[in-house]
Design a protein. Structure first.
Length: 451
């Protein structure tokens, strides 16, 4: 990174950033209070609120959102007549999955091979730290030239929509000229990237019932309808022979125009086992950014250990459907539910319940804010031109903000590049990326104020 005062300040703040991220990662802030204590999420929220107050933010508040979680809000006034920028991140995290599979404890930030490991290090507690670093660098070099609002969500990973509904009920709260969503990431380490599209999503729970109770498989198997077997048939119907998603009435032929994702690089990033093929058709970018994708997230059925020789009376599954831009998530949900009902065999009783939904998003990359960010990325990543990529994941708040503030420009940056392994075992963040993107955000705020 070329030497400049902002970059030098951020570099000097990196030890503090690591210490703060260590504190924040230590909170087991999973917004599933059946599995994790509510006090862990509340502790993380208070940490963010205290950090904002320490930076001079006003009106700092813990917002009780309709889904029972808390979002943290703060306002930092800038010069009179300045533009307003909203900085977003979330402090809630995915569950650690199998804690024993982690090389080091998931809620202890650990440095290894030049990266910092811990749940939420990249997604998205690192995003909170990125915003703080950018603001501190500006304060140390002439001041923050815009009004800044910060919102740190407490339930982004659950898709329960608490902050979206709160924002709709209080539309003035998050109003801004530009919104920086710090919850995406570079296409790869060292390649500055803004995310121009997000797939939407829907979560559907399906239950299949066939019998009043389980039956002895020797006495009744072969004629008694097996609910688990019926569920497996339903789930299999959601994919074609090549693995492409096949939901009746949902098109799966869109093409991605722009930055491409080479097959071998994707295999490496996804850690696909030798000899195992990729699924679907078209380019990798088509499959993960422009087309729908169904995933079976979980199945309720007897575990192998302790299983008895029984025909199952009931079985359940949780299904995720990622929805590309241009497809309405509510309509996709109806198509998925209709598909499940149509493909349930043997007259089995089937019920579906939607438990989460978010619309897809497409940014206006021709806006002045994007040029300001491109110039800032050139400072943070000398010799590299900012790229535009899609993201297969969802940030439901984006569409809510776009609808509430149609004139606002929305940019998506962040720390979740492929090596970060967000949502997986051994999630990590690159401290170099944290440093560069903090510089980029600081320079962007300065550029944007002058635009």
């Amino acid at each position: 990174m070329s030497s400049n005062p902002v970059a030098e300040t951020v570099a000097s703040l990196m030890p503090r950033a690591k210490a703060e991220l260590t504190e924040l990662v230590a909170f087991k802030s999973v917004a599933d209070f059946d599995q994790f204590p509510r006090s862990e999420s509340e502790g993380a929220a208070r940490w963010v609120a205290d950090a904002l107050r320490a930076e001079g933010f006003e009106d700092v508040a813990l917002l009780d959102t309709p889904d029972g979680t808390q979002s943290v809000y703060g306002y930092l006034p800038g010069p009179e007549g300045a533009k307003t920028v909203l900085l977003y991140a979330h402090y809630d995290v995915q569950p650690p999955l199998d804690e024993a599979a982690w090389t080091t404890p998931p809620f202890e930030l650990t440095e290894r091979d030049g990266r910092w490991y811990g749940r939420g290090a990249a997604d998205c507690k690192g995003g909170v730290i990125m915003h703080l670093l950018a603001l501190r660098a500006l304060k140390a070099n002439g001041g923050v030239p815009v009004h800044v609002k910060v919102i740190a969500e407490g339930s982004e990973e659950t898709g329960t929509g608490g902050l979206e509904r709160y924002a709709e009920e209080h539309p003035e709260l998050l109003e801004a000229d530009t919104i920086v969503i710090g919850d995406s990431g570079n296409f790869r380490v060292g390649l500055p990237t803004v995310t121009s599209t997000l797939r939407g999503m829907t979560l559907v729970r399906v239950q299949v019932d066939t019998l009043e109770g389980n039956l002895h498989s020797g006495q009744f198997g072969g004629a008694a309808p097996d609910a688990l077997a019926a569920l497996i048939r339903v789930l299999d119907s959601l994919r074609a022979e090549d693995g492409s998603t096949t939901v009746d009435g949902l098109t799966s032929e869109a093409r991605w125009k722009g930055l491409q994702y080479e097959d071998e690089q994707f295999r490496k990033d996804a850690k696909v086992l030798d000899g195992v093929g990729l699924i679907g058709s078209g380019t990798v970018a088509d499959r993960i950014w422009a087309r729908p994708a169904v995933t079976v997230l979980g199945i309720d059925c007897p575990p192998v250990v302790g299983a008895t020789p029984s025909v199952q009376a009931s079985a359940r599954a949780l299904i995720s459907l990622r929805v590309p831009p241009g497809v309405d998530a509510a309509e996709a949900t109806k198509l998925l539910q209709a598909h499940i009902e149509a493909h349930t065999p043997w007259g089995a009783r089937v019920s579906t319940e939607q438990i989460g939904q978010g619309q897809a998003f497409r940014a206006d990359t021709t806006s002045p804010a994007y040029q300001a960010m491109a110039d800032a990325m050139a400072v943070a990543y000398p010799g590299q031109e900012m790229q535009y990529a899609g993201q297969g994941g969802s940030i439901p708040l984006c569409n809510t903000l776009a609808a509430l503030y149609p004139r606002a420009e929305i940019l998506l940056i962040g720390l979740s590049e492929p090596e970060a392994q967000i949502h997986a075992v051994d999630e990590s963040v690159s401290p170099e990326e944290l440093e560069r993107l903090s510089v980029a955000e600081a320079v962007f705020l300065r550029n944007y104020a002058a635009s």
